[in-house]
Ligand binder design. Structure first.
Ligand SMILES: *Cc1c(COP(=O)(O)O)cnc(C)c1O
Length: 408
């Protein structure tokens, strides 16, 4: 069996009829997985994910627990797969935002503690209790109704209280929280496990606002320590905080983007060796030769000034690529090929005049690396005037997710 692939897929969970055409892929594809029929896909490299966890674990102080944030399908990577890898790597907790996200994890036999961020409405409490989900309780009304529900179900609810130290999102204001915490601490129906806050800006060079938030949090904590209230889990940092604010580690850090191999900003600390887990790839669906004066795409935004050779890629803004006009690049045979014209919902055209070796159905990298060249998620975010988080979560579900364990 000869292996000609640049990447040797040791394991391919999902078989894609276009993508996994080599013998080795078919050999290792796990049976009974959903087949996909599309020459464009999101590739999730579980080998890189595991390696990122190894590197983060080596970087992490021993005592420091971590929660892996898997909200929004682990930023588009697949909540189940990322959760399983995180738990194998030693995560103490998983974090999500909706009750449905938490239930999906439970339905897939994930028994680890799950913290649901944000506010729960009254009608979500019973399901949260019966599935042993940890909720944030940040006001008295919902606390009272949760106590009642817990009594009815004869089961305690594990809770964390979020402290708003300056983001004005969720949580109780730091300067009004002490009394509420005292009230919660004496409720027998609650397993009052944690107190946390969230930084508005932890990954930029200017840490002054994060330090103010930290000071407010610490002031509150010393206030409640005086009242002899103690909880097991104090936590504040997201990825930016974990990288740059070790004084805010407390008992646990909450990391979403870092295990995925993406940094939240250009300036935060680096952990050498981390690699992005997600790539977006496609195949060349058609190749065309343009004559002088030929137009490309809707709105005729590109005119060939000289004869050009172009490739048509079968994905567009309907798959989550930003809407662009004559901007952005992809990788073909390890070289950058510029997008020409405006991209459509389902297609985009790239100039491959300088890559004469390219053929129809050759693999193209939209996001990720090919050889030494890389199109980073940050590069695509710039096209959209947005952040990496937005791009990662923005790849639509109609792009199949292919799980590989590749050696690049
Ligand atoms: C999303 C989220 C995180 C994770 O942030 P990253 O920057 O991805 O590490 C942490 N905590 C809360 C409350 C969040 O909503």
């Amino acid at each position: 069996m000869q292996i000609k692939h640049k990447q040797l897929y040791l394991l391919c969970f999902y078989q894609n009829t276009y993508e996994s055409s080599s013998l080795i892929d078919r050999f290792f594809a796990i049976k009974n997985q959903k087949k996909h029929h599309r020459p464009a896909w999101v590739e999730i490299n579980l080998g890189r994910l595991e390696n990122n966890f190894v590197l983060i674990n080596a970087d992490r102080p021993r005592h420091l627990k971590f929660l892996t944030v898997v909200k929004d399908q682990a930023y588009g990577h697949g909540a189940i797969e990322i959760s399983q890898a995180a738990l194998r790597a030693g995560a103490s907790y998983l974090g999500v935002v909706t009750l449905d996200e938490a239930l999906q994890l439970r339905q897939n036999k994930i028994q680890a503690p799950i913290l649901i961020f944000g506010e729960r409405s009254q009608d979500e409490i019973a399901t949260s209790i019966s599935n042993s989900l940890t909720c944030c309780i940040n006001d008295k009304m919902i606390a009272l109704s949760a106590i009642e529900t817990a009594r009815k179900l004869k089961k305690n609810l594990t809770i964390h209280i979020e402290i708003d130290t300056g983001m004005s999102r969720y949580g109780i204001r730091w300067d009004e929280a002490a009394e509420f915490i005292t009230f919660i601490a004496q409720i027998p129906e609650f397993n009052f496990e944690g107190i946390f806050t969230h930084f508005a800006m932890s990954d930029e060079t200017d840490k002054s606002y994060a330090m103010l938030q930290l000071e407010r949090f610490n002031t509150l904590l010393s206030e409640i320590r005086k009242k002899d209230i103690s909880v097991q889990l104090l936590h504040a940092s997201n990825t930016g905080g974990f990288l740059d604010l070790p004084m805010a580690n407390f008992d646990m850090v909450r990391m979403g983007i870092l295990p995925l191999g993406v940094y939240p900003s250009k300036v935060c600390r680096r952990i050498p060796g981390l690699l992005p887990v997600m790539s977006v790839k496609s195949k060349i669906a058609a190749i065309r030769d343009l004559k002088i004066g030929d137009k490309v795409g809707y709105g005729m935004r590109y005119t060939a000034e000289t004869p050009r050779r172009i490739a048509v890629l079968p994905l567009g803004y309907g798959d989550g690529y930003p809407r662009v006009r004559n901007r952005g690049e992809v990788l073909v045979h390890g070289k950058r090929a510029p997008i020409i014209g405006g991209n459509a919902m389902d297609a985009m055209m790239v100039d491959i005049t300088h890559i004469p070796e390219s053929r129809q159905w050759d693999e193209v990298v939209i996001m990720g690396n090919q050889g030494e060249e890389e199109i980073s998620v940050h590069e695509i975010a710039e096209l959209k005037g947005s952040v990496s988080y937005d791009i990662l979560t923005g790849w639509r579900s109609r792009l199949p997710r292919i799980y590989v364990r590749g050696i690049d």
